[in-house]
Design a binder for this molecule. Structure first.
Ligand code: ADE
Length: 418
């Protein structure tokens, strides 16, 4: 294996303190870790994890290692690595190739270095490792038992690969677990995105017109948290049922061409490209803030923004001012990358607890079914999703109602009606 690629190994002690602190706020993962410690279900398994290298991810890595896996970690976004965490993981013996502020070349150099472990299981966030395996590292495909995909964008890419008949190993769509999507995507993205915008700008949300593009789970979370802070939220959505839902949730709904002149803060969460583009920049008010919470930095057409600008200057970290030819200024946050991870700390541990418990149990599922699954994109099994929900409730001290025998019978019968 190559030596670690890090920003600063001396940050390890600080990283370790933070990992320990957050561990107590991820109790489901902690239970899975204890179970893994006892049974060692991942003994000898080689795993590449291409994830945002955060304090929460570190707790997932510790869990996989407790199960006996050998892990190589690389970051899933050039701006999301927490350098103290990367240093701490390397100090603990994890093969770590990640630092904040990577170029595209650095990013893929780190992925290639991690792949030297010859993974049997891949944890991907955005499908870049899986795409690399299918392009440049086909020599390693044979050895891959399966993969888990963490995010909507990655699942979309992998379904496209599957539809072309080119996917070479089974993938669990961890993103689609209800205990992931309904909490991490909604409440995690909602809170951390606003945190990122506030960190970069310190704006007051109360009374502001906030345009949210995309009303999937992430957009729903962002819109509801922005409203909670007193913003006047406009939703832009292409899907008719989601648009209707946004409307009945109480937001104004309109196309971006109409929202552009009204918005003061724009937040994209669509997973698609050029959601904010030249025709919109031309109509936005002076001072508008542009940010993205989708996986890739394609939602704001930054090249078009540059072309439309006569001056570009950095105001502070994660805040760049573009002065357009007519004199209006637009402010781009975090280079159009995931604002919640680049300008804040990502989702809080309380939701990553469930996402990463699904990941850990997903890895065990793949290891136990080695050679049995077709090369397809599979939903996370319901019993894993249910187990995570039950454990989360138990750790929160919440008890649920139980059906009586009579109620169970009623639900499984058709005879009784009016
Ligand atoms: N994705 C969003 N938030 C995250 C976090 N805190 N850690 C890892 N991946 C994330």
């Amino acid at each position: 294996m190559k030596s670690p690629i890090l920003k600063n190994p001396r940050l390890a002690a600080e990283g370790r303190r933070r990992i320990d602190y957050v561990s107590g706020r991820m109790p489901v993962l902690e239970r899975v870790r204890r179970e893994f410690q006892r049974g060692r279900p991942l003994r000898g398994l080689r795993v590449v994890a291409c994830l945002h290298v955060t304090v929460e991810t570190a707790n997932l890595i510790r869990t996989l290692r407790a199960g006996g896996a050998q892990v190589a970690v690389t970051g899933s976004n050039p701006l999301s690595t927490q350098d103290d965490i990367a240093a701490a993981l390397a100090r603990e013996g994890v093969h770590t190739y990640a630092f904040r502020g990577q170029s595209q070349r650095d990013y893929y150099r780190c992925i290639q270095a991690a792949l030297d472990i010859r993974p049997q299981v891949v944890l991907d966030d955005g499908a870049d490792v899986i795409a690399t395996l299918h392009h440049e590292r086909q020599d390693l495909l044979e050895g891959v038992v399966g993969a888990c995909e963490e995010t909507t964008t990655g699942v979309v890419r992998l379904r496209a690969l599957e539809a072309q008949g080119r996917l070479r190993f089974p993938v669990l769509a961890v993103n689609d677990a209800e205990t992931k999507m309904m909490f991490d995507n909604r409440y995690g993205t909602g809170q951390s995105t606003l945190h990122g915008v506030m960190n970069a700008t310190n704006i007051l949300f109360a009374g502001r017109a906030v345009v949210v593009a995309g009303y999937g789970w992430c957009g729903r979370g962002i819109a509801s948290r922005a409203r909670g802070l007193g913003a006047n939220v406009i939703v832009v959505e292409v899907h008719p049922r989601k648009a209707l839902e946004a409307l009945m949730d109480g937001y104004r709904v309109m196309p971006m061409s109409e929202a552009a002149p009204l918005g003061e803060v724009f937040i994209t969460a669509t997973g698609d490209t050029s959601v904010l583009r030249a025709e919109h920049f031309r109509r936005m008010p002076d001072g508008a803030i542009l940010s993205n919470a989708g996986h890739f930095n394609v939602e704001v057409d930054i090249a078009a923004l540059r072309r439309a600008s006569r001056r570009v200057r950095t105001i502070r970290e994660n805040l760049v001012e573009f002065t357009l030819r007519g004199g209006r200024r637009l402010y781009l946050l975090a280079d159009g990358r995931l604002v919640n991870l680049a300008a804040a700390q990502g989702h809080p541990p309380e939701v990553m607890d469930m996402s990463f418990a699904n990941q850990a149990l997903g890895v065990r599922y793949l290891a136990q079914r080695r050679g049995e699954l077709e090369p397809r994109v599979y939903p996370i099994p319901h019993d894993i999703d249910d187990q995570v929900a039950r454990l989360k409730l138990a750790t929160l001290g919440v008890r649920t109602e139980t059906l009586t025998r009579q109620q169970e019978k009623y639900l499984s019968s058709w005879e009784l009606g009016t």
